[in-house]
Every structure is written in structure tokens, then in C-alpha cells.
Write a protein that binds this ligand. Structure first.
Ligand SMILES: [Fe+2]
Ligand SMILES: [Fe+2]
Length: 292
């Protein structure tokens, strides 16, 4: 038996045309991208959609309400991380917290959360940022280093220790490993993962052999890095061309990852060839892995 997960990220609901992006995007494409995702979910027999964060853009009440309607209407459970843009603006994190029960009733599972599928467990984490040396939920600008709270790491360690024989997937907004140089020789617009975040999480994963896959968004780039028995898999923004969705099929002894578009390319738009590195190479997009 295999579990099928659709992994998306960086939908930036509510953003205008000026938002950070490597590839063309238009606010008016957003509804078509989510309608396309719903079709992919039906076609691929998806058990769980995982959203890697930056669900919305400015953390407003309007965006939160819109996200609840859109993600709660996919017809399949959605487990969602909160990214930096979801925690931008006064009261944004608290507002998500107030929505947890109503969201769950619609099938939208907000992090921090473990979702138990038939074969695998999926651990979905919210992100935090260091403010004056301490982890905080509020994100204010691009200078704050990402991290996780001690309580999150302890919760994750307990959850991973509970069922050591089941494959585990961890989803969190910031990549645990940066885009490799082979994709972006000489490029400077993407920075390494923040050590206060990647260091403790990598160390924790090292103690739990059941972890096979770490999912992330944030850089709006589709790529893969291998770390021995586990692989890191990032996905580009689902609302930017080419509208990437990762389809992950995972069982007791292996997994496959395929990358498909949520919607076709609009007739009036083309990929930006200078930033085409962000959609990865064939090795990043489609692969199969087995383990003993
Ligand atoms: Fe983003
Ligand atoms: Fe982000």
C-alpha cells in the first residue's frame, strides 16, 4: 500500500504583482491554479495535500479567511505549515491560532501537527524566527534568522520515537538545505538556510532513521538534495509558472516523486529563461528511491 501526498507551497493568496517571484505570476491566475490543484488531487488519488507555507502574503484577516475557504474546499485533507508571510503583521499568528478548530472542521489541519496516513506519518511544522536571541512566531523583515522553538523540537522527537518503523515526512517552510550550485552557478539572490533552524533539525533527523523526506518551500524553487538515508525536496510557488505540484507516493520500502503542473501555461505568458534554474533539472523533478 502507498500513501499519496500532493505537496505545494508559496501560494501567497492576496499578493499583488510586486511580490517576490522568479517566474511570471498574476493575481488573476490564483483561482485557476487552485481549481487545477483540485483536479490533480482527484486524478492522482491524493490522500493528503501538504502546504509548505506562505499560504497568504501579509497575514491579514482577509487572507486567513480566504485561505480557509480555498484550502478547506479542495475535497481532501490539507495539512499546512505557516511561513514567514503568514506571520507578518500584528496578530497574524494569533489569528491562525483562533482558526484551528474551524479549519479542522473543513479538513484544513494547521501546524504543528502529525498526520497519520496508512503507511507514513507526516509532521507539519510552523516556522519561528529569532528576535533578540529568542524564538518568536512574529516575522517582521528579511533579516530575522529562522529557527524552531525548543518545544517543537521536543514534540517532533517524541513523535518520531513513537513509531520507529513507519516512514516519516517532515514539512516546514524554510529549506533545510539551499538550492545547489549546480542549478544556479554564480547566482546571488538565494541565501543558505539559517543555521539556528537547519542545525538542530538536521541533528534531530540524524537520530531518527525513519525520516525519509523533508519538504520545504520559501525559496520558490523546485530542487532536491540528498542526505544519505533522507532526501530534501523543495517546491516552487504553485501560483508562479510552471505552477509546480509535487506528487509523492510513499510506502514502507520506498517512494516516488513526480512534479506536475496545477494548470497549463497561460497563452500570454512565458517562463523567464534567466531564472529557469528555479524549476530544477529532471533529477530534481522526478525520481524514485527505495530503502531496506
Ligand atoms: Fe514565499
Ligand atoms: Fe517564505
Amino acid at each position: 500500500m502507498t500513501d499519496t501526498i500532493a505537496f505545494i507551497a508559496d501560494t501567497h493568496i492576496g499578493a499583488d504583482e510586486t511580490r517576490f517571484a522568479f517566474q511570471p505570476h498574476r493575481p488573476q491566475w490564483l483561482d485557476a491554479a487552485f481549481a487545477g490543484l483540485a483536479e490533480v488531487v482527484r486524478r492522482e488519488g491524493v490522500d493528503l495535500v501538504v502546504h509548505g507555507g506562505d499560504i497568504g502574503h501579509a497575514g491579514t484577516a482577509e487572507e486567513t479567511a480566504r485561505a480557509m475557504t480555498i484550502l478547506g474546499g479542495l475535497g481532501t485533507p490539507v495539512a499546512a505549515c505557516l511561513g514567514n508571510h503568514d506571520m507578518f503583521g500584528d496578530g497574524s499568528y494569533e489569528r491562525w491560532g483562533e482558526c484551528v478548530e474551524e479549519a479542522a472542521a473543513r479538513g484544513l489541519l494547521l501546524a504543528n501537527r502529525r498526520v497519520r496516513l496508512a503507511e507514513a506519518d507526516v509532521f507539519v511544522l510552523n516556522h519561528a524566527w529569532l528576535r533578540e536571541g529568542w524564538p518568536a512566531w512574529r516575522w517582521t523583515d528579511g533579516t530575522a534568522l529562522g529557527c524552531l522553538h525548543e518545544e517543537q523540537l521536543a514534540w517532533l522527537a517524541d513523535g518520531l520515537a513513537a513509531s520507529p518503523d513507519r516512514p516519516a515526512v517532515i514539512a516546514v517552510h524554510q529549506p533545510i538545505a539551499p538550492p545547489p550550485e549546480r542549478l544556479r552557478p554564480g547566482a546571488s539572490e538565494v541565501y543558505p538556510s539559517d543555521p539556528p533552524f537547519a542545525g538542530p533539525l538536521t541533528e534531530l533527523i540524524g537520530r531518527h532513521p525513519r525520516v525519509r523526506l523533508v519538504l520545504s518551500g520559501h525559496y520558490h524553487a523546485t530542487y532536491r538534495t540528498d542526505h544519505g538515508r533522507w532526501v530534501h525536496c523543495s517546491v516552487a510557488s504553485m501560483t508562479e509558472m510552471p505552477f509546480d505540484v509535487r506528487i509523492i507516493r510513499i510506502g514502507r520500502s520506498g517512494m516516488s516523486v513526480a512534479t506536475v503542473p496545477a494548470m497549463p501555461a497561460p497563452p500570454d505568458a512565458e517562463l523567464n529563461p534567466e531564472k529557469a534554474w528555479c524549476i530544477g533539472q529532471p533529477w530534481d523533478r522526478d525520481f524514485t528511491l527505495t530503502w531496506a
